[in-house]
Design a protein around this ligand. Structure first.
Ligand code: N01
Length: 540
């Protein structure tokens, strides 16, 4: 394979992967096993994807480290996670370790941002064009772009007039950002804002947090891991993955085994919630009551418990009230895990501003202006989220059969089968595209890559070189994804504005962007197709 391709001589491989995060690296390893030639095109200068870009202070996982990884037995035994929820540096190092261990780095072209991908029917080839003018051709076009890789650009008037520094959590500089002695604003209180706020508060002279919607924040209860614990996990890793594959969110947890109505004594319900709270993070969601996202009363009880915790933690009752989420069910927006989040609002150098009642009117040369006053800042941090799930795909000029443009085909929202393929885009096979399962992502990636591996073998064995889902299969899957979503409490209240629906991005069509039937349910759907000669796909 010629490495230094130019526009004159495209580099040809069997497959082109886009992205070198968890999904892209895992796919490259699989292609290597299958004996297919492949190249991965990555916009960054190193592997890591999300964990390359989101290097803001406080960035760490909120999946437990021992299940936020690849199920390769050799790696499981060699790698030692230092913490329950490892930080960004450690996760990126881990992904780099895996890439090097499987020797796939040589197939990655860094600083190659993909601008266009065009399918040519007569040759059955995709041509991929990058920002630096290079071209690549391939039979299999495999986007592994991540769900949250395109920062949402809030349209604040005057944003370019600010004379201080603006940082985005999702594109944090590689160089150390010194906030000492600075007046800092953080806009946004989603998972990114919630992780970074306590760290910024410690460094800055003064931090002002601009909150539009209060969140339900669970305590992460992060801690170091010791050898004894690591050995216990390593001794039976197969059991970790068995549990994770069978769990609704792809975590190695058992279900709570009880519904809200199974417990009638109020004190016992409190004890269960308290235990979940102490266990930390998603244990509060998945080990308290199994109907938390299905039954309003169960959800209300969990939400009330969190509200009570906020009131107990935050000393100023007016600030506590502002931080208290109301009007939308718990979990209907992705619930973040925090460390010292609510405690941070007890600090003398932290102010909370409610921009629901006093919206930001403009960014000014020296700070920002809300409807009731002006603020002066040296630094503004945007933690304002992502053009999620479809954003990265739609940003690329992807043309399928008859030059149909993907973003136009999806003008009303994405339509895929299993989140893997979309009709009219042959051999464009997405590693966790829109409408794939919403769950602990490495577990879902593993299921999808295994499915793709079987599909590529199926094509080889049957003399096919082209696959795409039927329109009927994609329509049915899209309807099913929506039906499953509507069976839960997710569509209620404020959550109608969540990124799950694309509703956080102005002008974006609202459509359910994930399959919410759980990891185990998704794997059953994958098997239903693969086990029946990849039903729902047509081959030629
Ligand atoms: O983004 P978000 P995020 N003016 O969209 C506010 C994953 N993640 O980057 O809620 C003012 O959740 C917006 O307000 P509102 C995780 O899946 C994981 O924090 O729309 N405010 C909200 O408060 C997560 O769900 C991890 O009213 C504006 C915030 O900005 C996903 O990424 C860590 C605004 C955006 O919150 C996204 O999280 C970090 C405007 N114009 C992220 N526009 C871990 O696993 C938006 N906001 C640890």
């Amino acid at each position: 394979m010629s490495d230094q391709g130019s526009t004159a001589t495209p580099v040809h491989t069997d497959a082109v992967v886009i992205g070198a995060g968890f999904g892209g690296i895992r796919m490259l390893i699989e292609l290597q096993k299958l004996g297919l030639s492949a190249v991965a095109l990555e916009a960054g200068t190193d592997v890591g994807g999300t964990w390359y870009w989101n290097r803001y202070p406080g960035a760490r996982t909120d999946s437990e480290s021992w299940s936020y990884c690849f199920p390769f037995p050799e790696i499981e035994q060699e790698w030692n996670w230092s913490e329950r929820y490892p930080g960004q540096v450690e996760v990126q190092k881990y992904i780099a370790f895996v890439a090097d261990r499987f020797d796939v780095r040589r197939n990655i072209r860094f600083s190659h941002r993909v601008l266009a991908a065009t399918y040519d029917k007569p040759s059955n080839l995709w041509t991929i064009t990058t920002e630096n003018g290079q071209q690549f051709t391939c039979t299999y076009f495999l986007p592994a772009l991540g769900h949250l890789s395109v920062p949402q650009e809030p349209q604040f008037e005057g944003i370019n007039s600010f004379t201080g520094n603006i940082y985005r959590t999702s594109q944090w500089p590689k160089e150390h950002v010194d906030l000492t002695g600075k007046r800092v604003a953080v806009i946004g209180t989603g998972a990114s804002g919630i992780q970074t706020i306590p760290h910024v508060a410690e460094a800055a002279e003064h931090l002002t947090v601009f909150q539009r919607t209060p969140n339900y924040v669970m305590p992460a209860q992060n801690h170091d891991l010791d050898d004894e614990f690591r050995q216990k996990i390593k001794a039976d890793y197969a059991a970790v993955w068995d549990k994770a594959r069978g769990h609704v969110f792809g975590f190695p947890m058992d279900p709570a085994g009880r519904m809200y109505d199974d417990v009638v004594v109020e004190a016992e319900r409190e004890r269960i919630f308290e235990e979940g709270w102490q266990n930390g993070g998603f244990h509060f969601v998945f080990e308290t009551f199994d109907d938390l996202i299905l039954d309003q009363r169960s959800n209300d009880a969990a939400a009330d418990f969190i509200r009570k915790k906020i009131a107990e933690t935050v000393k100023d009752p007016a600030v506590a009230e502002l931080l208290t989420p109301r009007g939308y069910p718990y979990v209907s927006k992705r619930p973040p895990s925090g460390t010292n989040y609510y405690e941070t609002f007890n600090r003398d150098n932290v102010t909370l501003v409610d921009i629901q009642s006093n919206p930001i009117e403009a960014i000014t040369a020296n700070g920002l202006r809300t409807s009731d006053r002006d603020y002066k800042f040296d630094v503004i941090i945007l933690a304002t989220g992502f053009d999620a799930v479809t954003g990265a795909l739609n940003n690329i000029d992807i043309r399928g059969e008859d030059r149909v443009k993907l973003s136009q085909y999806w003008a009303g929202g994405p339509e895929t089968f299993l989140g893997i393929g979309t009709p009219g885009f042959p051999n464009m096979l997405m590693i966790c595209g829109p409408q794939s399962a919403y769950a602990n992502i490495p577990v879902i990636i593993e299921g999808v890559v295994n499915w793709l591996s079987r599909a590529l073998n199926f094509m080889k064995d049957n003399g096919y070189d082209r696959m795409q889902p039927t329109e009927e299969a994609a329509e049915q899957w899209t309807a099913h994804v929506s039906d499953v979503f509507n069976m839960t409490l997710l569509p209620s209240g404020e959550s109608a504005n969540s990124w799950y629906l694309g509703a956080n991005t102005p002008g974006k069509p609202r459509r359910v962007l994930f399959y919410f039937g759980g990891a185990a349910g998704y794997f059953q759907e994958l098997e239903k197709s693969a086990g029946n000669d990849f039903a729902g796909f047509e081959f030629s």
